[in-house]
Design a protein around this ligand. Sequence first.
Ligand SMILES: CCCCCCCCCCCCCC(=O)O
Length: 132
Amino acid sequence: MTFNGTWKVDRNENYDKFMEKMDINVMKRKLAEHDNLKITIEQTGDKFHIKESSTFRTKDIDFTLGVLFDYSLADGTEVSGTWEMEGDVLKGKFTRKDNNKVLTTTRAVVGGELVQSYNYEGVDAKRIFKKQ
Ligand SMILES: CCCCCCCCCCCCCC(=O)O
């Protein structure tokens, strides 16, 4: 499976502006830019198990493609949404519970790196991970 393995964040693009749009305060944004996020992805068919670890927390997440689930962002913001697979790209659509606004995200392996893209209210960002 394309995504399986452990991926460590290597660099961010426009992540501060994205988090600012998300209304995350400057102190949390500075910490989040350097959170050493590591995600381990285990896909079995349409089921995923994700182990997330960062300077903020460690967390296990289970989801099935196309099935709604709840997730808390590292700053505590609660969202609910789904991941779908389109070709080799994972596409996520999550709605914030506090304001009903939508955050979209994709994951794709590009040139051996895991690229996670985000969009919120017109602001795009990327986090790019290297395989461990
Ligand atoms: C705190 C800054 C905002 C970060 C945005 C993260 C968006 C995450 C979308 C949902 C992820 C679900 C769990 C997962 O697949 O890892």
